[in-house]
Design a protein around this ligand. Sequence first.
Ligand code: NAD
Length: 456
Amino acid sequence: MKDISSIFADQRAFFLHGNTMTYSFRKEQLQKLRDMLKNNENAVYQALKRDLNKSKQETLTTELGILYAEIDFALKHLQSWMEPAKVDAPITHKGTKNFILKEPYGVTLIISPWNYPLQLALAPAIGAIAAGNCVMIKPSEYAEATSHLIAEMVEQTFDPAYFTVVEGEKEETERLMEEPFDYIFFTGSTAVGKIIMQAASRHLTPVTLELGGKSPALVDSDANINLAAKRIVWGKFTNAGQTCVAPDYVYVHEKVKFKFLKAMKKHIQSFYGKEPLKNRDYVRIINEKHFSRLEEFLDNGTVLHGGTSDQSTLMIEPTILDKVTWESPVMQEEIFGPILPVLVFSDIEDAAAIVKTKEKPLALYYFGENNKMQEQIMQFLSFGGGSINDTLYHLANPHLPFGGVGASGMGAYHGKYSFDTFSHHKSIMKQSTKFDLPFRYPGGRISSSVVKKLMK
Ligand code: NAD
């Protein structure tokens, strides 16, 4: 394999040659990406089974399905996204035409995590391709089978001077970051996000940081308890809790706690059976390090459901932890596993005030029927994005931007937001030469008070 500097130089030359600028080129590359996935579906299923014990159904819905939907959406709208956007002008600019050109940045780097190792490597690439950039992906070394497969598929499908994969660990990423990339799109932990941003600053490379955090699920006294429990169980235990927008903890009104916990247990059993550790489709923890980290949380409260684990398969049963306090270790970091602590409140406004003192999470979920309270919670708290009466589902709507705020990240993508993220918006004003308004020039005939009014 070529060294990183020459791969970068090849991509820069490819970009500067103007190869990626046309609609037809970008459309063709998106179609190639779609075909690449279609032709390798079985290999994708196998790789995800190996890395995370993901079932075919889960791989289809949370990895391939999301990618197909994103590609199709981009193909449908690409031409209109690429068109210059006309904008208005104030009266002071009479005679001008004003528009915004969407210009690709150039050579882009995508660094991805292991939890949805295919989707989170390729979904940003769809935006980068649509916007006309060259693409380099550094997948996570922890999802080794998927990382190898992505590298292999991309190598067989694309010119490496346009789109390539560099596999590796921290060292390779650090080496990559020495190159003057035109854009870096990072998905991963908040701690590494800071390192990436610092390294990017050396070349003033703009970044998108898709990070994590402790996303709460608030369950109010008037919530539809059965549906709240079902949707929280689904959101939490999909991918064994290794989802950036999984509800990290539940904060439930004391009046409905008992009923809610009972309903959650029922849904866990119906989704994963009586013995989840023997369920062949139950997702495992990515590696021993994370398994041990999670096991230590199991005695941070009273286990109300689950609580067993199997070191030989790296599986941890869907677990509900009661009697947890804000001071418990499990509440000090993003859990990122199938352990759900439950905290209790007696007044939703007090509960929201406490959540507001924490780092801004990537997602927030509110369960309750009162429209006014729904609105109040959504406006009062700051978080990347979220749902009222659901979990996770918001991220599968390409019309909604997906991204964090504060400690959960900066920037957003999905649908047109991906295209915009990977485009520089270049402002252009085309001036008329048919006349020349005098007021801006020294000695212009309009009084300064009129100028002030016009400039308002
Ligand atoms: P991570 O930050 O450990 O690793 C992410 C990527 O960075 C990997 O490719 C890794 O090789 C690389 N990396 C690790 N350490 C590095 C270093 N010191 N210098 C340079 N590169 C380095 O994250 P992870 O464990 O793979 O993923 C879990 C985290 O990602 C969680 O916090 C989760 O919430 C977050 N996440 C966020 C989203 C989102 O869309 N916002 C999606 C998935 C995961």
